[in-house]
Ligand binder design. Structure first.
Ligand SMILES: Cc1cc2nc3c(=O)[nH]c(=O)nc-3n(C[C@H](O)[C@H](O)[C@H](O)COP(=O)(O)OP(=O)(O)OC[C@H]3O[C@@H](n4cnc5c(N)ncnc54)[C@H](O)[C@@H]3O)c2cc1C
Length: 380
């Protein structure tokens, strides 16, 4: 497939070349955040690609943002440290007040304000988002928020968190998806405690505890009670961007696997000459190409303002599975060296596994397709 946005791809690769595998390995050792990498991405303007020019961003289409993330991952880097900024601000852009946009978007575009944390998932509700228990109660010109979030990535590296909390109890709403509200929360608000959550990958993820945290009412995004629909609005963009990261991972795995299996000689010939070694790489390549078509179609629909839920969901599922298969083929074809940290294969293999679980798991995507595309009865 002809690569689109070739200038953007070249520019991203030039920045990423400054951050080789050794950089990411050292960060893992220290469970540290890739500050220098994020600064370089910010300086190059990549993180502000979706912010309109009138607010200091580049005003690019979603497809261009997807290309940026794909190239980051195809270069062996990982965009998880900063990708959320690209899609989280979508809720602010679409549903925030003029005053909120004017106050925050130029600061985010300039990299002076970090909106990296997205507080949705909770320990007891999981994928059943509308059952979340965090409560925000209006008291005068503030909301008092109490509850707990889990897997809130980058909370330590964010000035602001986009928080989903219940403002109207379930018995008082017609549907569970009503009565949830979205807030921009200053992470320095008294009553907020953040604890690191050690994970299989260096994802800077945390638990966030809110104990009577007072959030100014002016930080409510859009209308009270409509937060879930606002979050849903952002999800198609998020899924397409994550799918693009998977495609980048898949390209990295494929290139590594091809190079290594051509070079490595066992039994007097390159291991890549064996069909048992070639076929998993070739199959994963074919899956990646097919997933890319779906992702490109999803981006094209999104950028044209058309509904793209099926393409965004299926694109994310297909791309995450294709990258995993490419990762498996790459790891397996490296034999023991696949486990050597200096090759980066095992790191990328762990990293790409995440995308079958987060931001939405494969089963939940299949349920979406069954119900909303095929018209089967809702299963949960
Ligand atoms: C590294 C990492 C970073 C993350 N970052 C963030 C973040 O920044 N912000 C945030 O809000 N969240 C974040 N998440 C959370 C992530 O979105 C959730 O883990 C994911 O949505 C799955 O939810 P869960 O873990 O509660 O799994 P559960 O909902 O408990 O599901 C567990 C398993 O059961 C399956 N399952 C559940 N219900 C059904 C059903 N009805 N039918 C079939 N199968 C079902 C699921 O598919 C899944 O495989 C992160 C997670 C990880 C691991």
């Amino acid at each position: 497939m002809t690569p689109d946005f070739p200038e953007i791809r070249d520019a991203v690769r030039r920045v990423c070349a400054q951050f080789p595998g050794a950089y990411w390995q050292k960060l893992e050792d220290a469970a540290a955040y890739p500050t220098k990498f994020v600064e370089a991405m910010t300086e190059a303007g990549f993180l502000a690609s979706l912010i309109p020019e009138s607010f200091g961003g580049a005003g690019l289409p979603l497809r261009a943002a997807a290309v940026i993330l794909e190239e980051i991952h195809a270069s062996g880097c990982n965009a998880a440290a900063c990708h959320a900024q690209m899609y989280i601000m979508g809720s602010l852009l679409r549903h925030g007040s003029a005053a909120q946009k004017q106050k925050y978007l130029p600061e985010i575009a300039a990299g002076r304000l970090r909106l990296q944390a997205f507080g949705v998932t909770e320990p007891t509700s999981g994928s059943d988002t509308t059952s979340l228990a965090t409560r925000a109660v209006r008291e005068g010109d503030h909301y008092v928020v109490t509850g707990q979030k889990v897997w809130t990535s980058r909370a330590f590296q964010s000035d602001l968190m986009l928080l989903l909390a219940r403002t109207t109890p379930v018995p008082d709403v017609k549907k569970k998806s009503e009565g949830l509200s979205l807030f921009l929360v200053d992470m320095k608000t008294p009553g907020i405690t953040v604890k690191p959550l050690k994970a299989m990958i260096n994802h800077n993820t945390t638990e966030v505890f809110l104990d009577q945290a007072r959030v100014p009412a002016e930080n409510l995004i859009g209308q009270e009670g409509k937060g879930f629909s606002y979050v849903l609005d952002s999800m198609n963009a998020e899924r397409l961007l994550i799918a693009a990261e998977c495609l980048g991972d898949g390209r990295w795995f494929t290139e590594k696997a091809v190079a290594y299996t051509k070079d490595r000689k066992v039994f007097g010939r390159p291991i890549g000459q064996n069909q048992g070694v070639q076929f998993p790489i070739a199959r994963a390549y074919a899956e990646l190409q097919a997933a890319e078509l779906m992702v490109r179609e999803g981006c094209a629909l999104f950028d044209a303002g058309q509904p793209c839920g099926p393409q965004a969901n299926m694109g994310k599922m297909l791309a995450s599975e294709a990258s995993w298969h490419a990762g498996e083929a790459c790891l397996q074809s490296h034999g023991g060296f696949g486990f050597a940290r200096e090759y980066d294969v095992e790191r990328k293999w762990r990293e790409t596994r995440l995308y079958q679980v987060a931001p939405i798991s494969t089963n939940l995507i299949l349920s979406y397709v069954a119900e909303h595309v095929l018209g089967l009865p809702r299963s949960y």
